[in-house]
Design a protein around this ligand. Sequence first.
Ligand SMILES: CC(=O)N[C@H]1[C@@H](OP(=O)(O)OP(=O)(O)OC[C@H]2O[C@@H](n3ccc(=O)[nH]c3=O)[C@H](O)[C@@H]2O)O[C@H](CO)[C@@H](O)[C@@H]1O
Length: 387
Amino acid sequence: MSNFGQQLKDLQKRLDSSKATLLFTCGGTSGHINPALSVAEYIKQNYPALQIVFVGSPQGLERHLVEKAGYPFFALPARPFHKNPTALMRAVWTLARSHMQARCLIKALKPLLVFGTGGYVSAPLISAAKALHIKAALHEQNAFPGKSNLFLAKNIDLVCYSFPATAAAFSAAKRTELTGNPVPERFFHQDRCQAREELGLDQNGKYILVVGGSLGAKRLNDAVFELARRYRAARKPLPYHIILALGAKGSEQYTAAVQEYGDLIDCRNYIYDMEKYYAACDWLVCRAGALTLAEIAATGKMAIFVPYPYAAHDHQTYNARAFVEAQAALLCPDNELTADFLEATWQKLAADPQKVEQMGKQAEKLAFPKAAEDIAEALIELSGYKS
Ligand SMILES: CC(=O)N[C@H]1[C@@H](OP(=O)(O)OP(=O)(O)OC[C@H]2O[C@@H](n3ccc(=O)[nH]c3=O)[C@H](O)[C@@H]2O)O[C@H](CO)[C@@H](O)[C@@H]1O
């Protein structure tokens, strides 16, 4: 039996035939997976007669996170497109195979709808759903939609989007809804004093959280270590605390720096309770991934965004601008983020705590506390499901 056939057989054994099924796609970063999981969680709790199957690519982080959250995962053989002609041909062939397998999967499971939240499998699955006249919906996390979502949105039943300015891009969809990006409830109920106490931090200290998205950011890490090097050379302690999340990818390359400057900088490979760190810090220096922005809004913090310059269509700059225009954040282009910049900003912001607080309050106004519920309810309505 083929790998596809075996996977399908295993999945069917696991599914409850008395329940209706929804198919969700998910991508390979936390920014893609977390929103889909939040929506799935809402549906699981409020619509127990429905079951959700996640579809993703076999190589990414998604299988691990989805299975850890207790949902079935089905892998389709999708790959990214490359400029290299051989890799491109392979990607086109894989896409075609993936589309055929998506059709078989849909015919076998008869889902009420297919919901695309990103990832390489979104295109084959949504296009297969459209071809088979199954209801289809998308969620766009970023302020500037990717090519794939723009293409798939044509004539789709529903697009949920996250930044007001994105609406116009989806005019070819049958219906659009501004829902925001889902953030777990716990992010909305944090208290700074309590968070500092729980994390063992000084109630009167100044804390700057530096975080480069789920994978980390070399530019941010290097600027922080350069700052530490200067203070060490001057034999002075830093006048503020820096908590640096090095990132899940590549933290080994900083082992020597962590050993050398670990007494000046609080270094972590990956932070698992981000909500507490957001709450405890005075402000952040971070990439402008969609989920990071949504979480910052939920915790009402001021941030200095350093958009990842190689993100598709520079979408992180568009994300950041939405906050900068609302006077909720500052923007620093990647090539200007240096130790000097960190030092100068520290001096400016430490002298103006009201500004920091005011920007945090502006950020709070950009939060979407009901995003998961709004997306889930829009999907349920679209699916025609009656409880
Ligand atoms: C490099 C790139 O193209 N990244 C994209 C990717 O997001 P990517 O996953 O890189 O970044 P996001 O900001 O969207 O999400 C990061 C997530 O990781 C969590 N986190 C991070 C560090 C840590 O130590 N602990 C931790 O839990 C954050 O709390 C957040 O939930 O998909 C997002 C959504 O489409 C896009 O906006 C980003 O541009």
